[in-house]
Write a protein that binds this ligand. Structure first.
Ligand SMILES: [Ca+2]
Length: 285
């Protein structure tokens, strides 16, 4: 076992994907009841009778009600954490090998790491000097202040995200499985984050509480302290446009490890020791 990095310089070299720094700000979280009903309808339209149970109004209804939420300043990775970054953490003894093999094909190290539990994802983020994003931080970074349904705008676009479907439409976007992170620059969020719709689902820090959207705090909500499933956000290469919406949320067992669930990390206020010159990148990308 190698000790975790102790100096800012060591952490700097390990920090993985480039970070975006967001000021304190408000956004519209969640969906109206009308938007929930439209999403269920969209799901049913895209899904055959055989699989239509996935278009559950109960699941889509977890997005309601829509509320104005304020999030404090923080940093967040521009992309999902890659295999390359995970391997650095493994070499230092702070992360286990994922259970899902690296993808075949060109640039496997640039694909999102998947097959990791929420606890393992959180351990990586601690190692990188951060933490998993809260659900509110994630959604704000995905949709910006105007409540848009997709990172790029109001309507779904087949060409702007690595999405799929359970019924054979996975290659419409050029990828059957995961894609190297950042393969869809046209699908960037208003804050410049990539793959907030599709590629890998992403663990967030919050535990699920069915009452928190209606009754929880409007400033820096964090979910309950104990119990319950975690949440995954953003959809993946395996699901269709209705679940790639920025408001969509799916409770998922914390110890699950799926081939299409990855994560990105968030960071507290920018430490002065890690300030980078404009345009520079710790990993040269
Ligand atoms: Ca994603």
């Amino acid at each position: 076992m190698t000790a975790p990095p102790t100096t800012a310089q060591e952490r700097h070299a390990l920090e993985g994907p480039r970070r975006v720094w967001l000021p304190r700000g408000a956004f519209l979280r969640g969906s109206t009841q009308t938007e929930v009903e439209a999403a269920v309808e969209d799901c049913r339209r895209r899904t055959s009778e055989r699989l239509r149970e996935i278009c559950s109004p109960r699941i889509f209804g977890l997005e309601a009600p829509r509320r104005r939420i304020v999030v404090s300043a923080h940093g967040i990775d521009r992309t999902e954490v890659t295999w390359d970054s995970w391997r650095r953490c493994m070499r230092a003894g702070a992360c286990p090998p994922p259970r899902i093999p690296a993808p075949a094909g060109p640039s496997p190290a640039a694909h999102p790491v998947t097959g990791v539990t929420s606890h393992e994802a959180a351990a990586f983020c601690r190692f990188a000097g951060g933490r998993l994003p809260t659900e509110a931080e994630w959604e704000r970074a995905a949709r910006g202040p105007d409540g848009r349904a997709y990172p790029w705008g109001r309507y779904f676009n087949d060409r702007l995200a690595n999405h799929g479907g359970l019924e054979g439409r996975a290659a419409l976007d050029g990828f059957r499985g995961s894609a190297p992170v950042g393969s869809f620059p046209g699908g960037a969020s208003p804050h410049g984050l990539l793959d907030m719709a599709g590629n890998a689902w992403e663990w967030v820090a919050d535990r699920f509480d069915p009452t928190s959207y209606a009754r929880g705090p409007a400033v820096d909500p964090r979910g309950p302290a104990t119990g319950g499933d975690r949440l995954i956000r953003g959809g993946s290469y395996r699901v269709d446009g209705d679940r790639l919406r920025t408001a969509h949320r799916l409770p998922f067992p914390a110890s699950a490890h799926e081939p299409d669930i990855g994560f990105r990390c968030a960071y507290e206020a920018r430490p002065a020791s890690l300030l980078l010159a404009p345009g520079s990148s710790p990993l040269g990308r």
